[in-house]
Design a protein around this ligand. Structure first.
Ligand code: KE4
Length: 437
């Protein structure tokens, strides 16, 4: 029984659909995957958001990852007010760019040089261009189930045969572009080796989420990342870690710090801007020196290194890196995942509940008992129908989750015991609903 009303959200969404495709500015917000209209949010504070009908929710989307300090954090607001009072953008260097670059290079083990851009897609697109230029090779290898933004060459599904070239996964992506991309399953190092053997000297780079978050939360199997690193080194393939989502979430230095595996290039986003449009790519100095204007590889952006985004990112990272903060986030994420698993078991609903750093995953698995999701095919067998029922019930009980099964949950420093207990009470009701189908 809905305890919430969504009348004004409905009115606004109806109008929005007349103005913008699907009434949203990014597809996953539409709620299509969970059979619901999106609520329109009015404001946020800490772990909570309030929609235009006055309904309050504990928020586990957190702008899809950036808000690791929660909504409207005092330090972020103060930094943004100070920045905006001195101007919003210059198109000339500002000191804040040096400050954030220093911070990121110090924090991320493999980063010797960094370039700021405005979105994760832009960071990935630029890193791929650099990899092709630096290697003199054309083909890119990606993992199915990993998402890297909407750059044409990565909107590609696996070709029919294991070693066959990719096929477009969206209209508008030409076969010529898709045929420059190969696809292997995530967590399968043998498939990577086979691909390198089948295409000697042709693959410029392999890109992957070192901790996958876009098929739900799927950590790398033990040894996988090191095997991929060794295979890339052996075959002269550059290794790109897309840490746009897992960076500053699974560990302060990202997955590369957590697992001790160094990529040649890294893409960052989300947390690095603290909720402002900011992303970055960087890595080995010898590679980054090839980026214009130092080198011939062109990449540019009007709002790259925007002072507001720098201020938001710096304020966020400075708080996040304070002693004990990351450990507290990981503790609470584990506590919540264990609580969700217990509530699911109570309702007799098979789930795989995991956490890593300040990220969580909850798969409604098809089998009985404890399931492990290792790669896209495991995830694809999940009961997305049950997830949809669960999602709607959680919304009705004041908890806002990613409106799609194949996403991750995020917590912030403001998700405390009160929010966790609120979430588990809602989950008890929502699992009971999901158990009915
Ligand atoms: P953006 O272009 O959306 O800033 O970043 C693209 C991107 C790149 N790499 C990874 C690992 C990512 O997770 C993303 C974007 N993540 C999605 C969430 N699944 C953003 C939400 C959305 O598309 O609206």
């Amino acid at each position: 029984m809905s305890t919430h009303l969504y009348e004004r959200s409905h009115v606004l969404h109806t109008r929005a659909k007349e103005l913008m495709p699907g009434g949203v500015n990014s597809p996953v917000r539409s709620g299509k995957a969970v059979g619901a209209e999106p609520v329109t949010l009015a404001y946020g504070s800490g772990a909570w958001v309030t929609d235009v009908d006055g309904n309050q929710y504990v928020d586990y989307v957190l702008s899809w990852g950036p808000l690791v300090l929660g909504h409207a954090h005092e330090k972020v607001r103060m930094a943004l007010h100070a920045a905006v009072d001195t101007g919003t953008s210059f198109g000339f260097p500002t000191e804040a760019e040096n400050e954030l670059a220093e911070f990121v290079i110090k924090a991320v083990p493999s980063m010797e040089r960094v370039r700021f851009v405005s979105s994760g897609t832009e960071a990935v697109m630029s890193a791929l261009r650099l990899a092709r230029a630096a290697s003199g090779r054309e083909v890119i290898l990606k993992c199915s189930g990993c998402y890297h933004g909407h750059t044409d060459s990565l909107l590609v599904s696996a070709g029919s045969g294991a070693a066959s070239l990719g096929i477009p996964s969206s209209p508008g992506v030409g076969q010529a572009v898709a045929s420059g991309t190969l696809v292997v399953p995530y967590n399968d190092a043998d498939a990577v080796g086979a691909m390198f053997e089948a295409h000697p000297g042709r693959i410029a780079a392999m890109i992957l989420e070192p901790v996958a978050g876009n098929m739900g939360l799927v950590p790398p199997q033990p040894g996988y990342l090191q095997k991929v690193r060794d295979l890339c080194t052996k075959h002269g393939v550059l290794l790109i870690f897309d840490e746009v989502m897992c960076g500053f979430r699974v560990a302060l230095g990202g997955a590369q710090a957590l697992y001790g595996v160094s990529p040649d290039l890294t893409c960052l986003g989300k947390v690095i801007g603290g909720g402002l449009p900011c992303a970055a790519y960087g890595g080995r100095a010898d590679l980054m020196r090839q980026i214009s204007p130092e080198g011939p590889v062109y990449q540019a952006g009007t709002l790259s290194g925007n002072p507001l985004a720098m201020a938001g990112g710096l304020a966020t990272l400075r708080e996040l890196f304070k002693p004990g903060v990351q450990e507290g986030l990981a503790r609470n994420a584990t506590h919540l995942a264990e609580g969700l698993a217990a509530e699911a078991a109570r309702a007799g609903v098979p789930v795989a509940a995991t956490s890593l750093g300040s990220m969580l995953g909850l798969f409604f698995t098809a089998g009985e008992g404890k399931q492990v999701v290792r790669w896209e095919n495991d995830a694809a067998r999940c009961r997305t129908d049950r997830y949809a029922v669960f999602w709607r019930s959680m919304r009705d009980h004041g908890v806002l989750l990613a409106p799609a099964q194949f996403e991750s949950w995020f917590i912030s420093t403001r998700h405390d015991e009160k929010e966790i207990q609120h979430t588990l009470r809602a989950a008890r009701a929502a699992f009971a609903e999901a158990a009915k189908i």
